[in-house]
Design a protein around this ligand. Structure first.
Ligand code: GLU
Length: 416
């Protein structure tokens, strides 16, 4: 018999169990938190450009809605499966509680490679998915947003399909839309901006200087690009960057603005002038002060955690570190700003967008930025205080603060 591989979701429950032990929660409460309220699986037949029909599979999972409607992105990637969507939606419940925004956790996705689809195929796939999840989502039910490989345009198609089905213009049903249809200022850079605010607090607490700090980044999308720019502006040196296709290295630093232009033109960081080629995994173990995993889950593992050279890890990706690797990093004194805190800026500005949609009144860039900074700073210090008091790693500390809030809400509703 072949050895049973543990699922990502089962693995992802470990920090919850650690937090539950600290909070002295009973096993039945842990069981509720380890279960999803609702999961929808849909099949989407799409007429491809060659005239053939291809059937895609999509999901939408709502993990826990005790603190508010489900909230979280939609991912388009070949790795999307039920196990991944379950993990991602549960992480959203934790993340939304860490930053104290009034949402539960949700996530969706379609198993596909959007890079192989024409724009027409992408639109038909998106509209088909939107029609199938329309009755499952809603302003006060479940509010999607982008995630890996999904864009403001895709949000617009989903909104349009939803409005047609419901017969009403309800922009708060989805966030990270274009500004012209009710998007929020600052949403496009929010994940990077939030990670930057959390990093500023961490380096103060750890007494690290960002000026001259060597930064290594895995993943160069929506989250990492603005973060690289903010750190570069403060005088940090971006020494390595990789994306899903290639990696580049320069010990003297890479200009992130020029690299973004190069990537926009060529669709890859590959061949950026003045750099040496590295692999997509190399940024994890290269010599640096700050490591930013900003790609997919399960990147820092038992295999490479002991080779991480950074003093500070800022998790812009969801779930980049496995529980075993987490322990190795903690034992080696590496300080981790966990995903559920580090990348929460995105969903926080999604929340601001939803609030503005409900009011029909829109804020300036400065207002959004100032509010985001306040949320991130408070969340960082809540988690950091728990880290100091409970003498645990930062991830366990984040789960302790989040799980406490979710359990209070479930108890106030009489669900437990
Ligand atoms: N996909 C992002 C995340 O993982 C944003 C979710 C949202 O804005 O709802 O946090």
């Amino acid at each position: 018999m072949s050895e049973k591989k543990t699922s990502l979701f089962e693995e992802s429950l470990k920090p919850l169990k650690n937090a539950a032990a600290i909070l002295k929660l009973s096993s039945d409460v842990v069981e509720v938190l380890s279960s999803h309220e609702r999961i929808l699986t849909v099949t989407i037949p799409v007429k491809m450009d060659n005239g053939k029909i291809k059937v895609f599979t999509g999901y939408r999972a709502q993990h826990n809605t005790a603190r508010g409607p489900a909230k979280g992105g939609i991912r388009y990637h070949p790795s999307v499966c039920l196990d991944e969507v379950k993990s991602l939606s549960y992480w959203m419940s934790i993340k939304n509680a860490v930053v104290g925004i009034p949402y539960g956790g949700g996530k969706g996705g379609i198993t596909c490679n959007p890079k192989e689809l024409s724009i027409g195929e992408l639109e038909r796939l998106t509209r088909g998915y939107a029609a199938r999840i329309a009755r499952f989502i809603g302003v006060d039910k479940d509010v999607p947003a982008p995630d890996v490989n999904t864009t403001a345009q895709i949000m617009g198609w989903i909104a349009d399909e939803y409005y047609k089905i419901m017969g009403e213009y309800l922009p708060g049903v989805i966030t990270s839309k274009s500004l012209s249809i009710g998007g929020s200022k600052g949403r496009d850079t929010a994940t990077g901006r939030g990670a930057y605010f959390a990093t500023l607090e961490a380096v103060k607490a750890l007494n690290i200087s960002l000026k001259g700090a060597r930064v290594s980044i895995q993943g160069f999308g929506n989250a990492a690009q603005p973060m690289a720019q903010y750190l570069h502006e403060l005088g940090s040196k971006i020494v390595a960057v990789s994306d899903s296709t290639a990696g580049v290295y320069n010990a003297n630093g890479i200009n992130p603005i020029a690299l973004i232009e190069h990537k926009n033109k060529t669709k890859s960081v590959k061949g950026f002038p003045g750099t040496k080629a590295i692999t997509t995994e190399d940024p994890i173990t290269l010599d640096c002060d700050i490591l930013i995993p900003a790609a997919l889950e399960t990147q820092i593992t038992l295999k490479n955690a002991d080779k991480v050279k950074a003093k500070l890890v800022v998790e812009e990706a969801n779930g980049p570190t496995t529980p075993e690797a987490d322990k190795i990093l903690h034992d080696r004194g590496v300080f981790v700003i966990p995903d559920v805190l580090a990348n929460a800026g995105g969903v926080t500005v999604s929340y601001f967008e939803w609030v503005q949609n409900r009011m029909g009144y829109y804020w300036s860039n400065e207002e959004v930025d100032e509010k985001l900074k306040r949320v991130m700073n408070e969340a960082f210090h809540d988690v950091y205080q728990t880290y100091l008091q409970c003498k645990v790693d930062m991830r366990t500390a984040a789960y302790v603060t989040a799980v406490r809030k979710i359990v209070d809400a479930m108890s106030a509703l009489g669900r437990i």
